[in-house]
Design a protein around this ligand. Structure first.
Ligand SMILES: NC(=O)c1ccc[n+]([C@@H]2O[C@H](COP(=O)([O-])OP(=O)(O)OC[C@H]3O[C@@H](n4cnc5c(N)ncnc54)[C@H](OP(=O)(O)O)[C@@H]3O)[C@@H](O)[C@H]2O)c1
Length: 333
């Protein structure tokens, strides 16, 4: 085992779009775990739109600071442990940062089972799958026959939202960038329709794709797309606010979506934000069991987009923000 630890540092916080020069590949020393810490070897780093949002300031976690190892969740293998409950060979999920080795507090790690393929621990059995599951079923609460619309539909969360909504007997419309992605959603993932927000006016195209109105809007993007969905919501519809990727990579928008709060009042909408970590214990066990059985039965496809090499992590995140990915993007270290 090498004593060198290759790391990606965030050397400067972006003021506009994220660029390769905001990062630097560096070589540090493999850390020694202190009391209560676990030394892990990072296997797969999860690339998340939220990685960019963390650079803007404190959210549900503290902001990322310049000249530190870039933060990020990963699946890792325990090398040695000074924390109770962890042994060499265990697999864990935690915020290891973008590096080959990390010493992490045992309390901040979650033990995960060794499944095949391991990548599923980052995609369908990781934050992406659980976010889709809880946001759709616990916040959106769709009923069979209702219309569900999801934005960033070809991304890691969106692909699962649409497929789970289909499993529940809903009409599903995805919103994504580009004709090819939209065709992929309908031909490969079973969506009923898809709107290409880059080449057609979203309100008009959605109205045609959702002729009975929208009952559940799973919002991954905020901004103009949120604004286009609001007037099409049915009375007592639900908006599951998952994220706002349209506002992550650049200066904040000058003004917010119109129709807030007027349309929310008139249509008696429930607009609810959530964070995946709100759900644990029995709810998480049930979600995992459902996801596992859907995957096993072939009812839930797991699109994954694996990039090789720690050194490619910055470009992989920049590409994700530009919509390069289909399904869950991750880096094999
Ligand atoms: N609440 C929670 O607990 C939780 C947990 C995980 C993730 N999230 C949220 O879930 C959302 C999806 O994140 P993810 O990590 O799974 O990423 P992702 O969906 O795999 O990738 C982001 C996608 O966003 C789309 N996009 C980028 N800029 C856009 C814009 N201006 N307007 C519309 N779409 C745009 C791109 O696809 P196109 O080609 O379609 O543009 C891109 O593929 C984010 O908002 C994230 O913050 C929330």
């Amino acid at each position: 085992m090498s004593s060198i630890n290759r790391q990606i540092l965030l050397v400067e916080k972006p003021t506009g779009k994220l660029l390769p020069q905001n990062f630097k590949l560096a070589e540090g020393q493999r850390p020694e775990p202190k009391d209560g810490e676990v030394l892990v070897r990072v296997l797969y780093i999860s690339l998340d739109a939220a990685n960019r949002a963390w650079m803007q300031g404190a959210t549900y976690r503290s902001a990322i600071e310049a000249n530190t190892v870039m933060a990020g969740g990963a699946i890792a293998e325990v090398i040695s442990s000074n924390a109770p409950g962890f042994s060499p060979g265990d697999l864990v999920f935690g915020d290891t940062g973008w590096q080959e080795y990390a010493a992490v507090r045992g309390k901040a790690l979650i033990k995960v089972p060794r499944v095949e393929p391991l990548t599923h621990l980052i995609s369908v059995y990781g934050i992406a799958g659980l976010t889709a599951y809880f946001g759709l079923l616990h916040v959106g609460k769709p009923k069979a026959g209702e219309t569900v619309v999801v934005s960033a539909a070809a991304g890691s969360v969106g692909t699962f939202v649409g497929q789970i909504a289909k499993l529940k007997g809903c009409r599903v419309v995805g919103i994504a960038g580009g004709k090819e992605k939209c065709n992929w959603l309908t031909s490969e993932l079973g969506f009923d329709a898809a709107v290409d927000y880059k080449s057609e006016p979203v309100f008009k195209a959605l109205k045609a794709a959702a002729p009975n109105g929208i009952d559940v809007y799973f919002d991954n993007v905020g901004g103009d797309i949120f604004e286009a969905c609001l007037p099409l919501m049915n009375n007592r519809g639900r908006v599951a606010c998952c994220g706002a990727v349209s506002a992550y990579d650049g200066a904040p928008p000058a003004s917010g979506p119109r129709g807030v709060p007027g349309l929310i009042v008139v249509k008696r909408l429930i607009v609810q934000g959530f964070i995946v970590t709100d759900y644990d214990g029995e709810q998480r066990d049930t979600a995992m069991a459902d996801l596992q059985s859907w995957v096993k039965e072939g009812k839930l496809k797991v699109p994954e987009d694996v990039i090789n090499g720690l050194e490619n992590t910055p470009q992989a995140l920049i590409g994700l923000l530009a919509g390069e990915n289909r399904g869950k993007r991750m880096v094999k270290v």
